[in-house]
Ligand binder design. Structure first.
Ligand code: ATP
Length: 361
């Protein structure tokens, strides 16, 4: 039986709860696909930092490097801070350490769940945001430069945009649009930047245009990030694939999650050339942690994205069948009315949703 080693980093808060939901699903799916998922949990996160002084131990990172894929819950606790006042965020460390340059954030409307936008076309939202994840403004993390004292104090965070970093994430977005076109979707990439103001963003746009030459089958357009924030609320059903800088992507990925009901329905993947991390787009949700009421859907869908990635990487289409089975079981659970997550005003706990999905798998 083909075996896949999955490094599992549950983390903090609801990260732990939704990770265990995903593990239950993978355990049930393995025998059905005739595949073995060997899932090994590793320590990391804000609580681990409190206990040991380390947020992402070397042994955990090494295990991630050795694994076929990495499944990640959520990390960070609001009261746990580093010396500079910022949160403990190992998910950023891992992106930089493993060079996971493409942050993939797909969202779609789910039949059976309420849609926040009243326009009937909102029933057809299906888009993917690709966020550059190794440079941009986040490159400044840990490198902020302070000058002066008191009333003269000034702090600089500098955005870094490279040709190579931009080209590879644009290529990723074009390839993704190609895959989606093959599935009957639009095959369109919108470049989101602020090229009218910043030299770094004008350069980003120039590189996007260069790379677009290689994808004559994919249509393109450009949007400034502020206008895109408006359009994503006014007419998100017109979008297919968006590609953008790290900080813009950080903000817009929360916005697009809201279009389909919130963070509980927003999966994500952070993909590099050799490694990939799959995690829900949400954080540790301290306000609901420990109650067993988190919506596990984003995590289950992240596990499906992991199966899709492994399917391509290992030329193992059965895993893609597994991904479709997860999506279909989740959709069937919502459409039947058997469950409605709490973040949609329903009564269902995490365990109820997992049970409903397992029954329909
Ligand atoms: P981070 O900074 O790590 O992104 P955050 O505190 O800004 O974290 P989240 O932890 O994602 O954001 O929580 C934002 C809101 O969404 C909270 O009210 C939280 O309860 C809710 N939320 C997030 N994930 C889920 C989920 N899976 N199920 C239900 N509600 C969720």
């Amino acid at each position: 039986m083909t075996r896949y080693d999955i490094a599992v980093l549950p983390g903090d808060g609801i990260g732990v709860e939704v990770t265990h939901a995903a593990l239950a699903l993978l355990q049930a799916l393995g025998p059905r696909l005739n595949r073995q998922f060997v899932c090994t949990e590793h320590a990391a996160g804000a609580q681990h930092y409190v206990n040991t002084g380390e947020s992402l131990p070397v042994a955990t990172l090494d295990a991630c490097r050795r694994a076929d894929a990495i499944l990640f819950g959520a990390m960070g606790l609001p009261h746990v801070r580093g010396a500079d006042g910022t949160e403990i965020i190992p998910q950023l460390d891992i992106r930089f350490a493993l060079d996971l340059y493409a942050g993939v954030r797909p969202i779609r409307t789910w039949p059976g769940l309420p849609v926040p936008l009243s326009d009937p076309r909102a029933a057809h939202i299906d888009l993917v945001l690709v966020r550059e994840s190794t440079e941009g403004l986040f490159y400044a993390r840990g490198r902020g430069r302070s000058e002066g004292q008191g009333a003269d104090a000034c702090v600089y965070d500098t955005m870094k945009i490279t040709h190579a970093g931009t080209a590879r994430v644009c290529d990723f977005a074009f390839e993704l649009a190609r895959q989606r076109k093959a599935q009957g979707k639009r095959g369109h990439v919108t470049n989101v930047d602020k090229a009218n103001v910043f030299a770094s963003m004008a350069f980003w746009r120039q590189v996007f245009n260069e790379r677009a030459q290689a994808y004559a089958d994919i249509t393109t357009d450009h949007a400034y990030v502020d206008a895109m924030a408006l359009n994503l609320v006014m007419k998100p059903w017109t979008c297919d694939v968006l590609v953008t800088e790290n900080m813009f992507g950080d903000i817009l990925s929360d916005l697009i999650a809201a279009l389909v009901g919130g963070m509980g329905m927003a999966p994500s993947a952070d993909i590099g050339q050799h490694h990939a991390v799959f995690q829900p787009a949400h954080g540790t949700a301290p306000d609901i942690a420990g109650q067993g009421i988190a919506n596990p859907s984003a995590m289950l869908l992240s596990a499906a994205m992991m199966l899709d990635w492994l399917a391509v990487r290992h030329a193992d289409p059965a895993l893609a069948d597994g991904a479709r089975a997860i999506e279909a079981a989740l959709e069937a659970a919502f459409v039947s009315g058997a469950v409605r997550p709490r973040d949609f005003g329903g009564p269902s706990n995490t365990a109820d949703i997992v049970r409903a999905v397992l029954e329909r798998l």
